[in-house]
Design a protein around this ligand. Structure first.
Ligand code: NAP
Length: 477
């Protein structure tokens, strides 16, 4: 049976569902309705979670990979059998349209599937020695207890993308979910428990004071790894604080992807791709296209097609089947989008499509004639606004792709293979989608360079983040 939202109000610490001294409200961004009063964890619960994670670590790392794999597989099955309820939970707590929520659950489950397999393939190596009486072996050990912090924009996938490889590697995981989306994370923890997941291997501590909650984890040397997905400024602070205990650190930070369309692109596919890259999750995705650069000769045709498709997007209640764009997650998010649009317009940008803002609903918006100094071209918008600029030469396109300091994703639309490779090799981005607006997948490395972070999630790279090589030198006497 699916839990009600009110059933998802306790924290999951040391294998028990607990109340805390205080609670915080979780509200629907679409209606403002109170969905649940959730346990508000503090340093006290953090310390209890650390002790429990440290205590379970030796047993969990010694459990056979086959057992860990089996539990992960059961967790995946449980998630898929509650997919509809999970999608509804996300729609209610952070406004993701149902159809997108269903796709996110499949994506979230695909990481568990992948790492349930990979758990059994954490192979060691032997290395030839120059000494006849020595043998060199390399084994892989789990890094130890992990602390993870996730954002609200993909409340299920950002969790499983971290937790599944950690559990597969033998690391207990303590999660602080985002304040806007703790219910999905608690739902996932319930399903882990119901699948036979060992107590304290996966703990979830919601909190309205992320700094106070995080301090014990960051300062405790027994927590061996921090994995964070969120904004670049917070990521930098957490990185600095982790230095004192020399933790392994993975940071999946802000994006700001350029979307470049060359004159030889297939415009039907490029405009479909532009819709996905810009308006998925209302633009609130780290790999969302931030600014569009169109080669001059195809710009009018691209704009005509793109504007038709944008105008047909259905903005509305995330729980309605037909909705394609839901509300923004909160008032700060909306204010930032509105501010960037106002800045662009004050510098001369024109609104080709747009409309009135209602509550947290920001209408899909197209801005043309955006001048190069507009902030929206460089700052991550995190909303359903597409600023469009023109370029003439490949050099201008390259300069556009190189502006800013983000390095997560970039998109190129061209049928010229030589150009695609030239660009991909010259631009500093962790992910390059060539004629592909949705490159993320469980078996590939997801992550950024420059101000977009450190480390990768997905595939063998995502598992390596939770493993330490141990070199064993054997003298044969
Ligand atoms: P954020 O403010 O950095 O929040 C992310 C998480 O960090 C939340 O759980 C938040 O808790 C927590 N947090 C905030 N301040 C903290 C502190 N002082 N100490 C410890 N934790 C703290 O980011 P956001 O605006 O919610 O999320 C959007 C950002 O995430 C965007 O920049 C986006 O690009 C990035 N993102 C990156 C990826 C990627 O894979 N590269 C994926 C998704 C999102 P509260 O909720 O309580 O504030």
């Amino acid at each position: 049976m699916d839990p009600s939202l009110a059933d998802l109000s306790q924290a999951f610490v040391a294998g028990s569902w607990i109340e805390t001294a205080r609670t915080f409200p979780v509200r629907s961004p679409a209606t403002g309705t109170l969905l649940a009063e959730v346990a508000d964890c503090s340093a006290k619960e953090a310390r209890a979670a650390i002790e429990a994670a440290v205590q379970i670590f030796p047993a969990w790392q010694s459990a056979t990979p086959y057992l860990r794999s089996d539990l992960l597989r059961k967790w995946r099955e449980a998630i898929l059998s509650h997919a509809e309820a999970l999608a509804r939970t996300m729609a209610q707590e952070m406004g993701k349209p149902l159809a997108e929520g269903r796709r996110e659950i499949l994506y979230a489950a695909s990481f568990i599937d992948w790492y349930a397999e990979e758990a059994k393939r954490i192979y060691g190596e032997t290395v030839p020695s120059q000494h006849p009486q020595k043998r060199i072996f390399v084994c892989y050990a789990p890094v130890g207890p992990v602390y993870g912090i996730t954002p609200w924009n993909f409340p299920a996938a950002m969790v499983t993308r971290k937790v599944a490889p950690a559990l597969a590697a033998g690391c207990p995981f303590v999660l602080k979910p985002a304040e806007e989306s703790p219910l999905t994370a608690l739902f996932l923890a319930k399903l882990w428990e119901e699948s036979g997941g060992w107590p304290a291997t996966f703990q979830v501590l919601p909190s309205s004071d992320p700094e106070a909650l995080s301090a014990p984890f960051l300062d405790d040397p027994r927590i061996r790894k921090l994995t964070f997905t969120g904004s670049t400024p917070i990521g930098k602070r957490l990185y600095a604080r982790s230095a004192a205990t020399l933790k392994r650190v993975s940071l999946e930070l802000g994006g700001g992807a350029p979307f470049l369309v060359f004159a030889d692109a297939d415009l039907g596919k490029a405009t479909d791709g532009a819709i996905t890259a810009k308006f998925r999750n209302g633009g609130q995705s780290c790999v969302a296209a931030n600014a569009f650069y169109l080669q001059k000769e195809i710009a009018p045709a691209f704009l005509r097609l793109f504007a038709e498709k944008v105008a047909s997007l259905r903005l509305g209640d995330p729980l309605e089947e037909a909705t394609q764009v839901g509300p923004l997650v909160n008032a700060q998010g909306l204010a930032k989008v509105a501010e960037l649009v106002a800045d662009g317009r004050s510098r001369g940008a024109k609104t080709l499509l747009g409309g009135p803002i209602r509550g947290l609903f920001f209408p899909p918006t197209l801005l043309t004639e955006v001048p190069p100094d507009a902030r929206i071209l460089e700052e991550e918008t995190f909303g359903p606004v597409a600023p469009l600029c023109l370029f003439e030469s490949e050099e201008e396109a390259l300069a556009a792709a190189l502006r800013g300091r983000a390095g997560l994703a970039a998109y190129l639309w061209t049928l010229d293979l030589g150009r695609a490779f030239r660009f991909a090799e010259e631009i500093p981005y962790g992910i390059v989608g060539v004629n592909d607006a949705l490159p993320s997948t469980a078996q590939a490395p997801f992550g950024g360079v420059r101000e977009s972070g450190l480390g990768r999630e997905g595939g063998k790279w995502g598992l390596a983040e939770y493993l330490e090589p141990q070199y064993l030198s054997l003298g044969l006497g």
